[in-house]
Write a protein that binds this ligand. Structure first.
Ligand SMILES: [Zn+2]
Length: 313
């Protein structure tokens, strides 16, 4: 390493943009966030520029590089946005080129699932695991795949969509075109949908219930919530079992808001995996909880820069 790297990290989501400064060890020195303007890219770049300058000032550092993690399909090789549903006005734009011109530093871009996978592999729970799959379960299911220390990319640099593996073709319609994707059955909203369909009309906690609340109720031994948790764990287990059958990774790192309640699900998930996966050493794949917390995506954005330009450590 030559000198300290102070990376301006940018996490672009459909509803908010976070920016901050991340040091060489993956520590967030300063951060701020603001709502995303989905239609106006120029506003977005102005906003990111302001937030990076302000957080650099707060941290008392000069930005030496910029890493970006973004929702949706992005082209990591050319640094451009693809056809991102949430951000119609950003399509075909290149924040890599624009921010490089503004800040006069090198800039790298990846899908946010890949960015978070790189962060957990480099600075988090996935350290020293060369074959690692990162899975985040929240309002959707996303992830990233690292094989022999390298981020797996598909054709043209495409990001694989682990959340859109079909688990039950008779399941709910998904925006990707299929029915019964993993995401439609096992992301947080699926738990709420299960309560909507199966809880008795008189169920006291039905109005406005959330996945988080279902987990709290399950911890209090609420029988209906426990059933919702059982279904959630079953579907989580099936999707993870598929990943194990396909990749036999050293570890799967679990993250996202639903996984904050992981102890509710893990035993059942492991039981589901044991029930199949007989032709691979599934017991050797460790299910590990993510360790970088709520700033994983921001830290991941910084790791994107290190992965692209830094000395591999
Ligand atoms: Zn789908």
């Amino acid at each position: 390493m030559t000198g300290l790297c102070m990376i301006g990290a940018v996490d672009i989501g459909g509803t908010k943009i976070a920016a901050g400064i991340v040091d060489d060890s993956g520590k967030v020195l300063s951060r701020m966030q603001a709502p995303t303007d989905p239609d106006r890219y120029d506003h977005g770049i102005d906003l990111i520029t302001r937030m990076l300058r302000e957080t650099a000032q707060q941290a008392g550092v000069e930005i030496t590089g910029i890493g970006i993690g973004s929702t949706g399909p992005v082209d990591p090789i050319h640094g451009e946005f693809g056809d991102v549903d949430f951000l119609p006005g950003w399509r075909g734009k290149s924040p890599v080129k624009d921010l490089a011109e503004i800040f006069k530093v090198r800039v790298a871009l990846e899908n946010d699932g890949d960015a978070a996978a790189l962060a957990e592999a480099g600075w988090g729970a996935g350290r020293n695991r060369s074959r690692l799959i990162y899975v985040t379960v929240g309002t959707g299911i996303g992830g990233g795949i690292i094989i022999d220390g390298q981020l797996y990319r598909g054709v043209d640099g495409a990001h694989p969509e682990v959340g859109h593996q079909v688990i039950d073709p008779t399941g709910p319609q998904c925006s990707c075109g299929f029915r019964g994707c993993w995401e439609s059955l096992a992301a947080g909203p699926a738990m709420v949908a299960w309560i909507d369909r199966h809880a008795p009309p008189v169920y006291l906690h039905r109005p406005g219930i959330t996945a988080k609340r279902i987990c709290e109720l399950a911890l209090d031994d609420d029988a209906i919530a426990l059933q919702a948790v059982e279904h959630e764990a079953y579907y989580l287990g099936l999707g993870l079992a598929n990943l194990i059958n396909l990749f036999t990774p050293d570890a799967i790192v679990l993250s996202g808001s639903v996984m904050k309640s992981a102890p509710l699900f893990l035993d059942r998930i492991k039981e589901v995996i044991r029930g199949g996966c007989r032709f691979v050493p599934a017991e050797k794949t460790q299910l590990t909880l993510a360790s970088l917390g709520d700033d994983t995506n921001l830290i991941g954005a910084a790791r994107v820069w290190h992965y692209r330009f830094g000395q591999q450590d």
